[in-house]
Design a protein around this ligand. Structure first.
Ligand code: PXL
Length: 267
């Protein structure tokens, strides 16, 4: 039937090195066999050493991208990645509220693993006010959860407490990812709090590699793909986690320093 192939969209930034952002999202959509459309919010120039320049799209252009997709496509799920500043967050929130693009996965992209800022400092409040309440699934990494929840990371059960706080702030389902920056750690544990109050943890052995650019983007894109295929939030999260782990463990050698994960890894 016309237009019935599962379609999803990533609302995110382009990264020239292909390892993260929109490029990682599209590779994930392809691997998950959903059709991926793109609403580009910003472009960054970078490579495996870091990000060296960036340009933001203007609000009218972003609104036109939304309109063009809404006029023609049947988008079943959406995700946000890099939104760069408050103006872009407001534009994305206004347009998402206007059109029906299915459940929204919000990856609160603030700073890269290597310390490059992807969201202006002044935009946190807008992210909290406008975007978190739209999130069907919110996927902060440990440090984003610290920033957004305002809680002390040394608290006992920090991830659980942060997930409850973020749910109070409006996200329906929250996955607080585990930290992986501690010396000699053996495992990484993610904590998931579902809308119905149920929760679960996912623990995996820690895998040491310099090739894990784009893991957060890939995880949120894989959740989006699964939601676009009609899976439940819990199934989507569990299967996305498996996919990312396979992509990390079967790495490919590209670039000299911090490289990509491998989207050809089987899911
Ligand atoms: O992985 C976070 C991320 C998101 N979006 C863009 C990026 C990066 C990291 O480099 O460049 C555009």
């Amino acid at each position: 039937m016309l237009n019935d192939y599962p379609q999803v969209v990533t609302i995110a930034g382009s990264d020239s090195d292909g390892s993260a952002g929109m490029q990682a999202d599209l590779l994930t959509f392809f691997a998950k066999k959903v059709y991926g459309a793109t609403i580009i919010t910003a472009c960054v120039a970078g490579n495996s050493f870091g990000i060296h320049a960036g340009v933001n799209m203007d609000a009218d252009f972003i609104s036109q991208e939304f309109k063009d997709l809404a006029d023609d496509f049947h988008i079943r799920a959406a995700k946000t990645g890099m939104l760069a500043d408050a103006d872009i967050i407001n534009t994305v929130a206004d347009n998402y509220e206007k059109y029906n693009f299915g459940p929204l996965v919000v990856d609160p992209v603030i700073i890269t693993k290597h310390g490059d800022m992807l969201l202006e400092q002044a935009a946190y409040e807008t992210l909290v006010q406008r975007l978190i309440p739209l999130a069907e699934v919110l996927t902060p990494n440990f440090f984003e959860a610290v920033k957004l929840s305002g809680l002390d990371p040394e608290l006992h059960d920090f991830q659980e407490k942060a997930a409850y706080k973020l749910q109070e702030m409006g996200a329906r389902n929250v996955m607080v990812k585990g930290r992986h920056d501690q010396k000699e750690q053996e495992t990484v544990t993610d904590y998931v709090l579902l809308e119905n109050g149920q929760s679960f943890k996912m623990t995996e052995p820690y895998y040491e590699t310099t090739h894990k650019n784009g893991t957060g983007d890939t995880l949120s894109a894989a959740i989006t793909a699964e939601l676009g295929l009609g899976k439940s939030v819990e199934t989507a999260i569990r299967s996305a986690k498996k996919y990312v782990d396979a992509c990390i463990k079967n790495g490919i050698n590209v670039g000299h320093q911090f490289g990509p994960i491998n989207h050809w890894a089987s899911n």
